[in-house]
Design a protein. Structure first.
Length: 169
């Protein structure tokens, strides 16, 4: 039972921790990166922090990460919890006078993008990643393509949202 319940709970909790980390780190970027933030810094930071729960599982209970697809699924759960909180923040704090179209856009486009990007990045969360953190193999050796792909997807989404988004606020 514990083997089936704990990993998803930790992954979802990791997405919540990830949003806290993203807010803190993105807040430190300051005005000079206000333009590049959504296109580069945001995607890099968010894709790195959304699977915090899966990183914890990898470090503390790697036997619970049964396969790469399962690990990717858990990362997607972290992305889902992250996206829900981010959407609520956007709708309640950044754009409190939002239109219905913005609600639909956030939940129909931003949420699936976060889940998909986290799923892709999740394929890179494995023992090889842990080995690269400990200096046993070159950093992100063999796993970089998953993280870069997730970041590129997220960046592409952000670029389109910035240019098309002004019409739906």
């Amino acid at each position: 039972m514990k083997r089936n319940v704990i990993p998803p709970l930790v992954a979802v909790g990791g997405g919540v921790l990830g949003i806290i980390g993203a807010i803190f780190q993105e807040g430190r970027q300051g005005i000079p990166s206000a333009f590049l933030g959504p296109f580069f810094a945001g995607p890099v930071i968010e894709e790195a922090v959304k699977p915090i729960g899966v990183y914890i599982l990898l470090a503390r209970a790697p036997q619970l990460l049964r396969s790469r697809p399962y690990t990717a699924f858990l990362s997607a759960l972290g992305g889902l919890s992250f996206a829900v909180i981010e959407n609520l923040a956007y709708l309640n704090f950044y754009f409190p006078d939002h239109t219905e179209a913005l609600v639909v856009a956030r939940f129909a486009m931003a949420l699936p993008m976060h889940v998909l990007a986290s799923f892709i990045a999740g394929f890179g969360v494995n023992q090889r990643l842990a080995d690269s953190v400990w200096g046993k193999v070159p950093f992100l050796s063999g796993n970089w393509k998953f993280f870069i792909s997730a970041m590129a997807l997220h960046s592409g989404y952000n670029i389109s949202a910035v240019f098309w988004g002004s019409a739906i606020k």
